[in-house]
Design a protein around this ligand. Structure first.
Ligand SMILES: [Zn+2]
Length: 331
């Protein structure tokens, strides 16, 4: 079964006419229901504990953020807004990811999808930004480490670079952060030359792609960079920061990925996870066209259930990237 985490608190994060709004969750829930996706076990997301949050974030920053929401919220920066219900929403989004880690490590289920908001991957240790308050995938990766998982691989296929996740784990050889992201694009981080720091050198794998990049390049990078790096790294958990804003219909970016592209990437990662006997945790990040978002989530869930990557992507498209990472990985 695939655990499907949701919580009504996702609707309480009020952002007004912002592209990151509760309609996104409505679209996902409606698409899953309309498609009658089999093999899903619905779980109501618990709250993340202070201990869980503190592993990825600065406690004083979290307290200030909670107090800001409790006082009614407002604009955090030009892109990022919070309301009174936002803290509860963020706690549930991070709590879902941690609970999923706990349940997946027991071994009865092999995958989980967290369909909650706000997104998380731009949130740094001490900074909320880019529609993100708490970095749920980072909190989950740190939670898995605390539970004894030696290595965690995070693949971030949101069209924007996950500067927050990179920042939180940049010096760690235990959490490998791999990202496929549009370039140039917000937030401006994610240069291919940046591969981490200190003991974490080599464990950040940034794959910026040009405007207009579509299924061909995204699947080639997943098949011929992420998958072989994962096999070499041998993670005990694979987490995906799953934004669906590289879709051709998305209003915030200019990539050309289709539902089938997401299906293919998810199938590859499901196959790699099965091969490595690592559970697969998928956390919703961006995706701002409701129809594209719903269809892409359904395609992702289908692929996680069925696996079966075609492996037919073009190695030569990935070669310029593979060449850059050979200093650290046997590509
Ligand atoms: Zn995004």
């Amino acid at each position: 079964m695939t655990l499907l985490y949701t919580h009504p608190a996702s609707y309480g994060h009020e952002t007004g006419s912002h592209p990151e709004n509760a309609g996104r969750i409505r679209a996902i829930e409606a698409a899953i229901e309309a498609a009658s996706v089999p093999g899903l076990a619905e779980v109501e997301a618990p709250r993340a504990s202070q201990e869980q949050l503190n592993r990825a974030h600065d406690p004083e920053h979290l307290a200030a953020l909670a107090a800001f929401c409790a006082s009614g919220g407002g604009m955090i920066d030009l892109d990022t807004v919070a309301s009174e219900g936002s803290w509860e929403a963020a706690l549930r989004a991070a709590g879902a990811a941690c609970d999923a880690v706990d349940r997946l490590l027991v071994g009865d289920d092999s995958s989980a999808f967290c369909a909650l908001r706000p997104p998380g991957h731009h949130a740094e240790r001490s900074k909320a930004m880019g529609f993100c308050l708490v970095n749920h995938v980072a909190v989950a990766a740190a939670h898995a480490r605390a539970r004894g998982v030696e290595r965690v691989l995070v693949l971030d296929w949101d069209v924007h670079h996950g500067n927050g996740t990179e920042e939180i784990f940049k010096a760690s050889p235990s959490v490998l952060y791999a990202s496929i992201h549009g370039w140039p694009l917000y937030p401006g981080t994610g240069d291919i030359a940046y591969t981490g720091e200190g003991e974490g050198e080599g464990f950040t794998v940034n794959m910026p792609v040009p405007t207009g990049a579509g299924d061909d390049l995204f699947t080639a990078l997943t098949d011929h960079v992420v998958a072989p790096v994962a096999r070499e790294f041998e993670p005990g958990l694979i987490a995906i920061s799953a934004g669906f804003d590289a879709h051709f219909a998305d209003p915030l970016a200019s990539c050309e990925v289709t539902e089938d592209g997401y299906r293919e990437m998810a199938a590859t990662m499901a196959d790699v996870a099965a091969e490595l006997e690592a559970p697969l945790l998928i956390c919703l990040e961006g995706g701002y066209d409701p129809g594209a978002l719903g269809a892409s989530v359904v395609a992702t869930l289908d692929a996680v259930r069925m696996g079966g990557t075609t492996g037919g992507s073009d190695t030569s498209l990935a070669e310029p990237y593979r060449e850059r990472f050979r200093k650290h990985w046997a590509l």
